[in-house]
Write a protein that binds this ligand. Sequence first.
Ligand SMILES: C[S@@+](CC[C@H](N)C(=O)[O-])C[C@H]1O[C@@H](n2cnc3c(N)ncnc32)[C@H](O)[C@@H]1O
Length: 343
Amino acid sequence: MTTQTDAAISPKPILELGTAFFAARALQAAVELELFTVLSDGPATEPEVRERLGLHERGSRDFLDALVAIGLLTREDGRYGNAPLAAQYLDQGRDSYLGGWMAMASHMLYPVWSRLSDGLRTGQPQAQGLGDDGSFPRIHQDAAFFADFTSAMDAYTGMIGPELARVFDWSQYKEFTDVGGARGNLAAILTRSHPHLGGAVFDLPNLQPLFTEHMASLGLAGKIQFHPGNFFTDALPSTQVIVFGHVLHDWDVNERRQLVQKAFEALPAGGTLLIYDRMMDDDRQDRALSLFGSLNLLLVTPGGSEYTLADCRVWLAGAGFSEVTATPILGDTETLVAARKAG
Ligand SMILES: C[S@@+](CC[C@H](N)C(=O)[O-])C[C@H]1O[C@@H](n2cnc3c(N)ncnc32)[C@H](O)[C@@H]1O
């Protein structure tokens, strides 16, 4: 049976969406080849770029022009340069460099997303390098993955840190602990922005050497404490402010409730729990980045998902938090929740 094709409905969106990974891979390859960092010295012709990056002539012109077409490069008088977006986020020389996240997308997420149908059928993570229980300690044994993972986290905390330093009123507190704070990038930004704060990181013991190295490289050796531990089996250190950044979404709902309860117990009256994640809107329809982020967590964690602010409020109230406020951050791609323990 044939049906009439409606000529007014263009197939273009399907053709573009179905191969949207072409653009993603071009961006990731450009980061891997350090194209944007090379072009930070100034615009260059195609033969110059080819020479500097060691590319074959067959694909290089198409590659560069495709990057122009998707808005990452400019081309004027035959010279290619970084568009403002690429200059700000894809040049290794900038603090705002997001290359670590692109490297993780390229090396880990791209292969994993080829198994989305399997993940949807089984409900099981599809990432290689996860332990049988999907545990982070096993992930931490894979050095190449771990390098991508830590630089991806730094890429995010490098953007979120200054915003968190600005939007939350830190003046009423003397100390904080970033739980799941990895190698301390966020803690470093917060203590530099608010020198009166005593900062600490709580994370798995195998993060400690990376933390020590990172603090030394930032000139902050000895300034921020590291508490090694497992947040499911160890008590959280007592402190005035606890941060859970990109932590709750890694775990299932019962585990999240458990972590929120532990935070409540570790805080004094008047203390605050800060949570940031890529939360969905309450109707689960607007924030496509969050919805796809949630599918990503299906593929890379045993129980994680993004969640709504309404869900988060229920867990917080269940633990005993009374005053809860929410602020959109990072251009409304993430939500920061502040929950105060009544004092
Ligand atoms: C997705 S990362 C978030 C890093 C950072 N807070 C951010 O905002 O991007 C989750 C962090 O939780 C830590 N983590 C995972 N399981 C843990 C556990 N059981 N106890 C303590 N930390 C854990 C990981 O090592 C990692 O640093």
